[in-house]
Design a protein around this ligand. Structure first.
Ligand code: FES
Length: 89
């Protein structure tokens, strides 16, 4: 069951949970909820925003060029495609 916009839940370990903002990246959704992530380029180039993804899946809205591990995401350029759990460093 989802709300009228069917936004996925973003669970931030040790920081709570909220729904992804419509038409916003995961980074923007975090910022709307006053959660800080290290950023620089905000376009998938630098890797500064690398964040651990514990559960769920994401889709990149721009092709990320920065290196990141299989269990990490670049929240500046992706959206959730399921409920997700992430860990801020
Ligand atoms: S802020 Fe540069 S890759 Fe996300």
């Amino acid at each position: 069951m989802c709300d009228k916009e069917c936004a996925f839940m973003i669970v931030v370990k040790s920081h709570g949970e909220f729904r992804q903002q419509t038409r916003k990246t995961i980074l923007e959704s975090l910022e709307v909820n006053n959660l800080e992530v290290h950023t620089s380029c905000r376009e998938g180039f630098c890797g500064a925003c690398r964040t651990k993804l514990n559960k769920g899946s994401v889709k990149y809205i721009t092709e990320p060029l920065a290196y990141f591990e299989d269990d990490e995401i670049l929240p500046c350029c992706c959206v959730a495609t399921s409920d997700i759990e992430i860990e801020l460093s």
